[in-house]
Ligand binder design. Structure first.
Ligand code: NAD
Length: 491
């Protein structure tokens, strides 16, 4: 009989077993139980917050140039262990090995950007704002901060926050998704080796009870969140009601407009990768393709072909282009939404339901699916599916297409495919979304740009990454000073 490992929390530089109920961590392709994750109670969060608070005074007094050194060591360790890390992501999250490696690279980027904190957190000043009076603005760390992360990028998303937080002089607590806690265990096993003082970073596993404890703990001054919109809204409300800073990224329903002058082969290929890559479980996945005029026929033929021929299977196996979705429950929800689309009048052009992969019959597989003629006024048009399902709509002109984009209650991303500069310019000016792609269908911002998001895709002011991350994790302090010469000894 094999024993299943029970995961530990990492608090104050030590791995501790929480006295808590556990959930199984399940490989979505094989249904194998990989580990048990504790659902930490509030007391564990309190322990982590106290350790972080105790470490804060010394850490904030550590020069920024020293604070960033562990980030360089972490980057080197992640690169040295990339194969093992990618395998872990694939096992618990289902994406292909190539997708897992790409996710790790995007995470590393944030370590690289945060290593520039000595410059990024510089303030500014003016001499002689009045005669003999100078004014300065300094950035100081906020204190103890926490991040609550989703299942779909278990390695990258914690790195949207941790590097900036600690490089700015804060102490950090991560509460990863209970569905995919192994990637964070591995990340923290590497963090343990980089020479951070005890208490600077903490890992607390759990679900709602741990989240609520984070939202209510008085020592935690700022909360970052990525996940679904209802939870983002809840976390933003409760965190801010408790006087904390909050940046909460929510769900998405991402539209892509295709003009007749687009290169159709390229467009269909890029769209297929966006809609079906990571089994559609990307917050920047294309989920609605809106063709204009004669683009319809050429695009529909190509995308249907690409969807039908995508190889679905276990992400560890060679040649597999798309893995399972995160769970059987998720597969059932997606299949139900496909059925709802049909009831609203859509035509099922490619049906990925009922997929069974030989050798992995218990896996949560669903193949690429295309719904054509989706009703722009129906419920499906505005419901996040978070699976490999592309909805098609057809309109006559760009204004109609932009109207559909802007009726979306989300605003995570919107893209256009065209060879017309004027159409692209009009679109990027008018589209109400935070991340815009022009002939790009996953416009994921580099780590030195903010990961924007509008409407119900984001609650807060400052996004993750880059300058926004630095501003979120620092307080500005303005000093106005006067040093009359008659008060000083003259030398
Ligand atoms: P989720 O909202 O179910 O869970 C996210 C986190 O919140 C997890 O850590 C979970 O433990 C916690 N949580 C869940 N329910 C809670 C509750 N009732 N109270 C308190 N905490 C709770 O999201 P998910 O299913 O893990 O991730 C998928 C979602 O994340 C999708 O909606 C996707 O669009 C979104 N997402 C958004 C972005 C972005 O940048 N906007 C990026 C990635 C994922």
């Amino acid at each position: 009989m094999t024993t299943v490992t029970r995961l530990a929390n990492y608090i104050n530089g030590a791995w501790l077993k929480a006295d808590a109920e556990v959930l199984p961590v399940v490989n979505p392709a094989t249904a194998e139980t990989l580990a048990e994750v504790p659902l930490s109670p509030a007391a564990e969060v309190a322990r982590a917050a106290e350790a972080a608070l105790a470490a804060f005074a010394d850490w904030r007094a550590t020069p920024a140039g020293e604070r960033i050194q562990p980030l360089f060591r972490l980057k080197a360790l992640i690169e040295a262990n990339i194969d093992d890390l990618a395998r872990t992501i694939t096992e618990e999250c289902g994406k292909t090995l190539g997708e897992s490696r790409a996710e790790i690279q995007r995470g590393i980027e944030n370590l690289e950007v945060a290593a520039g904190i000595p410059s990024l957190m510089q303030g500014y000043n003016n001499e002689d704002i009045a005669r003999g009076i100078d004014e300065h603005m300094f950035r100081q760390p906020v204190g103890v901060v926490a991040a609550i992360t989703p299942f779909n990028f278990p390695f990258m998303i914690p790195l949207w926050y941790m590097p900036y937080a600690i490089a700015c002089g804060n102490c950090f607590i991560l509460k990863p998704s209970e569905k995919v806690p192994l990637s964070s265990q591995k990340l923290f096993a590497l963090i343990e080796q980089v020479g951070l003082p005890n208490g600077v970073v903490q890992l607390v596993n759990g679900s709602k009870a741990a989240v609520d404890a984070i939202l209510d703990h008085p020592a935690i001054r700022a909360v970052s969140f990525v996940g679904s919109t209802p939870v983002a809204r809840y976390i933003y409300s409760r965190a801010t009601a408790n006087g904390k800073r909050a940046q909460c990224q929510g769900g998405a329903k991402n539209p892509v407009i295709i003009l007749p002058d687009a290169d159709m082969d390229m467009t269909a290929k890029i769209l297929a990768d966006s809609a079906f890559g990571c089994a559609g479980q990307r917050c920047l996945a294309a989920s609605v393709a809106i063709t204009i005029g004669t683009a319809r026929q050429e695009f529909v033929e190509r995308i249907a072909d690409l969807a039908s021929n995508r190889k679905v299977g276990y992400g560890l196996d060679a040649g597999v282009e798309m893995g399972p979705v995160i769970s059987q429950q998720s597969r059932e929800r997606i299949e139900h939404l496909i059925g709802m689309g049909r009831q609203e009048g859509a035509e099922l052009l490619v049906d990925g339901r009922g997929t069974s992969v030989s050798g992995y019959e218990t896996g949560a597989f669903i193949s690429p699916t295309i719904l054509d003629h989706v009703n722009p006024g129906g419920e499906l048009a505005y419901t996040e599916i978070f699976g490999p399902v592309l909805s098609l709509m057809h309109v006559d002109d760009l204004d109609q297409a932009i109207a559909i984009v802007n009726a979306n209650r989300y605003g995570n991303m919107a893209c256009i495919f065209t060879s017309s500069g004027a159409a692209a310019r009009k679109f990027r000016h008018e589209a109400r979304a935070g991340n815009i792609g022009v002939n790009i269908a996953v416009p994921a911002p580099m780590a030195y740009f903010p990961f924007s998001g509008w409407n119900e895709s984001f609650f807060g002011d400052l996004h993750a990454q880059g300058h926004h991350g630095v501003e979120f994790y620092t307080e500005t302090k303005v000093v106005v000073e006067r040093w009359p010469k008659e008060w000083s000894r003259t030398f």
